[in-house]
Write a protein that binds this ligand. Structure first.
Ligand SMILES: C[S@@+](CC[C@H](N)C(=O)[O-])C[C@H]1O[C@@H](n2cnc3c(N)ncnc32)[C@H](O)[C@@H]1O
Length: 215
């Protein structure tokens, strides 16, 4: 039987460090209890970005801007990143971080509820990174699909919900039931959608990697 905690630690030990200012940012986010992408997810995101070379990225869930700045490091210089956050204290911190580390304003922060904001976006995005409200992925499904052209890549983070996703609805705490069933619906829909090719990647807290099919 594989010990998943040890496997996770081993994978993490093989990860590449982020640039020094981002390691500092990750450290202070960790101390403040702000959830940001874990090291294996960083490596995964970096590799996808280097392979795919997106010119436009949409991120749902900015927090204090760590992952947006991380993606900025590896995306082509002309790439523009749009990120959405609704929690005021994090918005203020993200703005300060972007002012400091994104001098040429490649990152645009939209403030507010991502579920509403995506309805009004019209631009196509080469890469969409879902790292926001897990219970709302399903409610953003059609808008995200509309914003992703053929060849576009969709990554959704934290889909395994620390293993809860495997459990029956009644085995998860009442508090987590809605999010559990919505995430299951989201994953079912995504993996059975003929307009996507999707792979579930059991990395860190789980991610899905999809490419939009068609011409
Ligand atoms: C896991 S954190 C994002 C971490 C970030 N991507 C990183 O790795 O640096 C998720 C963020 O989504 C935000 N969020 C939750 N619900 C939201 C909503 N409806 N609209 C916009 N942001 C939301 C939370 O406030 C939180 O900061």
């Amino acid at each position: 039987m594989m010990d998943e905690t040890r496997v996770d630690s081993y994978i993490e030990s093989l990860g590449s460090p982020a640039p020094a200012y981002l390691e500092e940012l990750a450290k202070s986010a960790g101390l403040a209890g702000i959830p940001i992408i874990r090291p294996p997810m960083r490596d995964f995101l970096r590799t996808v970005i280097l392979m795919h070379g997106p010119m436009t990225i949409l991120e749902i869930g900015c927090a204090v801007g760590f992952s947006a700045l991380y993606m900025r490091e590896y995306a082509p210089e002309e790439c523009r990143i749009t990120t959405i956050e609704n929690y005021e204290p994090r918005i203020a911190e993200a703005k300060a971080n972007f002012a400091k580390y994104d001098p040429d304003s490649r990152i645009r922060l939209i403030e507010g509820d991502a579920v509403e904001i995506v309805k009004d976006l019209g631009e196509a995005y080469d890469l969409i990174f879902m790292d926001g409200p897990k219970g709302q992925y399903i409610n953003m499904y059609e808008d995200i699909k509309r914003l992703l052209p053929p060849g576009g890549v969709l990554i959704s983070d934290n889909i395994l919900q620390e293993g809860d996703i495997l459990e029956s609805r009644y085995a998860v705490t009442r508090r987590d039931r809605t999010i559990h069933s919505r995430m299951r619906d989201y994953l079912y829909k995504l993996t059975h959608d003929e307009d996507y090719s999707t792979s579930i990647v059991p990395l860190a807290d789980g991610a899905s990697l999809s490419v939009r099919l068609g011409t």
